[in-house]
Write a protein that binds this ligand. Structure first.
Ligand SMILES: *[C@@H]1O[C@H](CO)[C@@H](O)[C@H](O)[C@H]1NC(C)=O
Ligand SMILES: *[C@@H]1O[C@H](CO)[C@@H](O)[C@H](O)[C@H]1NC(C)=O
Ligand SMILES: *[C@@H]1O[C@H](CO)[C@@H](O)[C@H](O)[C@H]1NC(C)=O
Ligand SMILES: *[C@@H]1O[C@H](CO)[C@@H](O)[C@H](O)[C@H]1NC(C)=O
Ligand SMILES: *[C@@H]1O[C@H](CO)[C@@H](O)[C@H](O)[C@H]1NC(C)=O
Length: 239
């Protein structure tokens, strides 16, 4: 009986063919905020369904949370908007996990990260910024959960791939510091360049930022050698 039903359903879907036009994407949201995960469809047949399920981190089962336009269970936690996006209301750590939109027979998964933003993010030199030296530019994001990724933009160029990320002081509940060291070979042309580091999560790549104007020691010594050069020119002229 069930298999006949399944067969009829499948046959019907083959004719109608619900299509997901906007798939769910990995997302990150701050604790206490709302977040909407997309699952927009076209060509949904009357016998076809769109359902959201959620699998909390550390568990293996998906629990159904919606059925078409309807929220199953806690209506203060979920809403279905502009069919069939899912809004997770007042995000809490317990909402972290995998969200699955099942449209007809196909599953689309996205990961939701619920973040407690770092207290602060700051840039500093690790070493003396003299022209000719290789010095780390260091970006520190303090006490966030989970510990974020760090992106780097120097003078408009994405240098993130060169950043060396480390975390420290991570507590059992996942709070900790992220430290990214970006080794830079300094030259006086970089003097005045703008450095920006971003606090980034999967699905939210600019949650916070810090900026810093690169001040490279060496402009002064170049001026000095210019002066010496002029003095030599003057001495040569006198001779
Ligand atoms: C989240 O959505 C709920 C329900 O629509 C609303 O009452 C609340 O103000 C929203 N919260 C934020 C932070 O936008
Ligand atoms: C549904 O998600 C899509 C894709 O992210 C977005 O363009 C649209 O605005 C969303 N609708 C609502 C009501 O959130
Ligand atoms: C939840 O799972 C994701 C993906 O496996 C992981 O990146 C994240 O750190 C986990 N969060 C917690 C609080 O365990
Ligand atoms: C920059 O930081 C990395 C990672 O912490 C470290 O291995 C490297 O020695 C540092 N380089 C300099 C020039 O301090
Ligand atoms: C950096 O963050 C501030 C808010 O703290 C924001 O106003 C600004 O637009 C951000 N800058 C960039 C380049 O994203």
């Amino acid at each position: 009986m069930l298999s006949i039903f399944a067969f009829v359903t499948l046959a019907f879907q083959a004719c109608q063919g619900v299509t997901v036009t906007q798939q769910p994407a990995n997302s990150a949201v701050e604790i206490g905020q709302n977040v909407t995960i997309a699952c927009m469809v076209t060509n949904k047949g009357v016998s076809e369904n769109v359902q959201w399920k959620m699998r909390a981190n550390g568990t293996s089962t998906f629990n159904a949370i919606t059925f078409n336009e309807n929220v199953l269970g806690d209506a203060t936690k979920y809403a279905v908007v502009s069919t069939y996006n899912l809004t997770v209301i007042n995000a809490a750590t317990a909402d972290e996990g995998t969200y699955r939109c099942t449209a007809g027979t196909l599953d689309y998964d996205a990961q939701l990260t619920v973040v407690d933003l770092p207290n602060a993010v700051a840039i500093a030199w690790g070493g003396s910024p003299d022209a000719g030296n290789t010095v780390n530019l260091t970006c520190t994001a303090t006490n966030g959960r989970p510990t974020p990724n760090i992106r780097w933009i120097i003078n408009g160029v994405d240098m993130s791939a060169s950043g060396i990320l480390e975390t420290n002081s991570v507590t059992a509940s996942g709070y900790g510091n992220s430290v990214s060291n970006l080794p830079l070979v300094l030259n006086s042309n970089m003097n005045g360049n703008l450095a920006t580091c971003y606090v980034a999560y999967d699905g939210w790549d600019d949650a916070m930022n810090a900026t810093y104007i690169l001040n490279i020691n060496g402009g002064a010594s170049l001026q000095m050698s210019g002066l010496i050069m002029s003095a030599i020119v003057v001495i040569l002229a006198v001779m």
